[in-house]
Design a protein around this ligand. Structure first.
Ligand code: FAD
Ligand code: MLT
Ligand code: ZN
Length: 474
């Protein structure tokens, strides 16, 4: 679609308000128009880079007057294409990459107030510098932003102990679709003064407004960690190990990740120096981490007794405990490296699904049977956050096949997985959101009453449908 005259004038009006350097057009927008996986490439009318909340509000107002839709963008690490424009050339990408200030630290209140464009790494560092921990942990943390984490309700490896992003936000500042600023930057643990509006924006993927600031919960710094990589014979054994770990370690159980051998093979082949800790291959692996604000001795004895019991009950076939920080990082590298390694072997179908933990093994077996019927030999690169019932049930082409083998059957494979998810009472998006990828599927799998309610909320807040159209709601 060609830009209309009003849209054509918009870039000039944005420049007049924000200054020349804050508005990109033409080829300068390329880096903002495609996602990191290369799965989505759109075309932006302009990319705007405001430096303050007031500037964000001015951009939203100008876009509304011109009838231009807005795609908020943080670190552009999203998995579902929600942060990149469509191909129409009429959308404005609003990047938060110049809003990177830590606004305030209130250590006594265990709270941190930040701009939405601050990277997750920088927030973790600010917490550390004040003797605290910000526990959200993602493989993308060097690039993803707090605004993106809020907008996607990000999960990751620390959810077991600390919860999702939804549990880590005390307050928000949001520029609404009509240009008003909602100042909800409260740092309260208790506030029963009506609807909890911040929760509406958390997980809204840029469809209800632009998050410009957040007050985050922080926790006591962790003094001791114990990290163990175990070999498992099956998902059932992995789930039984979770119950054992919960009983023995209680709240000290901070992370429990599952990795299939197919996924480990990709990491080992990817050429980053990763090494298999064991001499022989096993079908599944678990990465367990315990942490404590006290010393290491207690953790060591819990690990010893828990792993001992797991061996006795035949739940694990082998185990290695990280002896120092470098070994711990190497074990985490085996888990965190899967995403990038899978990306390197060609197109993959990502299915970020959750089911009740009690159904994980049955779901995996059911889905395995269903996808095998669609494409015999399709590679299940399964891994994820077993402690949260969240599997990344990703598919790659069969060994030796070319890309067409999986691309031609993509819709049928995804339907097979989602039908299995539905049979086991699960969700088609555990932590990545719906974005462009899953908006239509959500319309098919979600309860119609819930969908209608979501649409009513959307039109109440954004009656002109200018905030990230096509994302989350199809
Ligand atoms: P973007 O990709 O820029 O945007 C994502 C969505 O949020 C879009 O819909 C966008 O419009 C919206 N948005 C962004 N900023 C704002 C804002 N300020 N206001 C309103 N809307 C906004 N995710 C997990 O949950 N768990 C993981 O374990 C995990 N691991 C990952 C590992 C790797 C290697 C990679 C590349 C990604 C991983 N992700 C994971 C996905 C991704 O990092 C998260 O979804 C992250 O929260 C996105 O943040 P971002 O700043 O990059 O957002
Ligand atoms: C992860 O847990 O590594 C991520 O959520 C990313 C992915 O699905 O690859
Ligand atoms: Zn994940």
């Amino acid at each position: 679609m060609n830009a209309t005259p009003t849209l054509t004038a918009l870039a000039d009006r944005l420049r007049a308000t924000l200054g020349e350097r804050a508005v990109l057009t033409g080829r300068d927008t390329d880096g903002y128009a495609a996602d990191w996986r290369g799965a989505y490439r759109g075309e932006a009318l302009a990319v705007v880079r405001p430096a303050s909340t007031a500037e964000v509000a001015a951009v939203v107002t100008l876009c509304r007057e011109a009838g231009a839709s807005i795609v908020p963008q943080g670190g552009n690490t999203g998995m579902c294409g929600g942060g990149v424009p469509d191909a129409s050339g009429t959308q404005v990408v609003l990047s938060l990459d110049r809003m990177r200030a830590v606004r305030a630290v209130d250590a006594a209140n265990d709270a941190l107030a930040v701009d939405a464009g601050v990277t997750l790494d920088a927030v973790q560092e600010a917490a550390r510098a004040n003797g605290r921990l910000f526990p959200l942990t993602l493989g993308s943390q060097g690039s993803c932003t707090i605004g993106g984490n809020v907008a996607t309700n990000a999960g990751g490896a620390g959810v077991l102990r600390y919860g999702m992003m939804r549990d880590l936000v005390l307050g928000l500042e949001v520029v609404l679709p009509d240009g008003q600023v909602w100042d909800g930057m409260r740092a309260l643990r208790k506030d029963n003064t009506g609807y909890d509006l911040k929760q509406l924006f958390i997980g809204s993927e840029g469809t209800l407004g632009v998050v410009t600031g957040a007050v985050l919960r922080v926790f006591p710094a962790v003094a001791a960690r114990a990290t163990v990589w175990v070999a498992l014979s099956s998902v059932e054994a992995g789930v039984a190990l979770l119950a054992l770990l919960r009983r023995r370690a209680g709240a000290r159980l901070a992370a429990y990740e599952l990795v299939a051998r197919t996924a480990l093979d990709l990491v080992l082949a990817h050429g980053t120096g990763a090494r298999d800790p064991f001499g022989e291959a096993h079908p599944w692996y678990g990465l367990v981490e315990l942490e404590d604000a006290d010393g290491e001795a207690a953790l060591e004895s819990i690990v010893e007794s828990a792993v001992g019991e797991a061996f006795e009950r035949d739940l694990v076939a082998d185990a290695v405990v990280a002896g120092n920080a470098a070994q711990r990082a190497a074990l985490w590298g085996l888990r965190e490296g899967v995403s990038e390694a899978q990306n390197a072997v060609g197109p993959s179908l990502k299915h970020d699904v959750s089911v009740p933990i009690s159904s994980l093994a049955a779901f995996a077996a059911d889905a395995d049977r269903a996808v095998e019927q669609v494409v015999p030999g399709v590679r299940r690169v399964t891994y994820g956050h077993v402690g949260d019932g969240n599997l990344h049930y990703n598919l790659s082409k069969p060994y030796g096949a070319d890309d067409a083998a999986i691309l031609a059957a993509a819709d049928a494979l995804t339907a097979a997985v989602y039908d299995a998810v539905a049979r086991h009472g699960g969700s088609i998006s555990a932590e990545h959101g719906l974005g462009r990828t899953k908006a239509a599927a959500a319309a098919a799998y979600k309860d119609p009453v819930e969908l209608a309610l979501m649409r009513r909320l959307k039109s109440a807040l954004d009656p002109d449908g200018l905030m990230n159209p096509g994302v989350l709601l199809s």
